[in-house]
Ligand binder design. Structure first.
Ligand code: ATP
Length: 213
């Protein structure tokens, strides 16, 4: 049995099928032993999520309740300070030891901004990067040095992710899901249906809490 685990961070305001379905499919395609969903603590200078940290956490719990592969990680939510992915992955590596293969999952849109993340190069020291497809975004980097950075680490072999502890970038062949939390919030504000876009218990909770009106 595979031991490759993957961490999937995001604001999850709210969590939706565009988050859940690609990573579930990915887990089957490449063999993941665990998907750790980690809602982030949004820095004060960024636009704040509409839902509170507790509400975002609760929506994740509802979304993964019937999915044994998924677990929730509250470490970033529990911090008073906004946290950087680089720092979180360093901690995670420390906990898991040097040999365990670890991966961090991002959508295609996040790959484009990845080189602006704090200490982005060190993230690959501690984990692989797995990129899921998302409609509307190119798979090439804008700046040549960032494209070079990507090309140097790219692998087409998912086996590399199991055989090495960190350092590779894998572009997963997951289907497109044209869903975003922004679209969901807008639709809910307009009183439009979002049933197809997220698990029913999450939508029921949103309605019960009067979120995104
Ligand atoms: P918002 O619309 O509020 O910006 P979002 O729907 O993009 O939110 P986030 O919580 O910001 O969701 O994203 C967390 C991670 O999930 C990111 O790596 C993002 O690229 C990925 N992601 C979100 N939606 C999709 C999707 N439809 N397909 C693939 N990846 C996605």
């Amino acid at each position: 049995m595979t031991k490759l685990q993957a961490l999937f961070g995001g604001t999850f305001d709210p969590i939706h099928y565009g988050h859940l379905k690609p990573v579930e499919i990915l887990a089957n395609q490449i063999g993941l032993s665990r998907i750790i969903i980690m809602p982030n603590n949004v820095p004060p200078h960024r636009p704040q999520p509409e839902a509170t940290s507790d509400q975002r956490k609760h929506m994740v719990e509802l979304a993964i309740a019937d999915k044994p592969l998924f677990v929730l990680d509250e470490r970033e939510l529990r911090r008073d300070m906004p946290s950087y992915t680089a720092q979180t992955l360093q901690e995670w590596r420390h906990e898991e030891g040097p040999e365990t293969p670890l991966a961090f999952i991002i959508g295609q849109d996040s790959l484009l901004t990845f080189p602006t993340w704090h200490q982005y190069e060190t993230i690959l020291d501690n984990a692989h990067l797995i990129v899921t497809r998302r409609p509307g975004y190119p798979l090439t980097m804008q700046q040549p040095e960032h494209q070079q950075w990507l090309d140097d680490r790219l692998t087409l072999r998912s086996e590399d992710l199991h055989e090495q502890p960190a350092g590779k970038i894998f572009l997963a062949e997951t289907p497109w899901f044209d869903i975003s939390a922004t679209i969901i919030r807008e639709r809910l504000q307009n009183g439009e249906s979002c049933e197809e876009m997220m698990p029913a218990p999450v939508l029921a909770y949103i309605m019960q809490q009067g979120l995104y009106r």
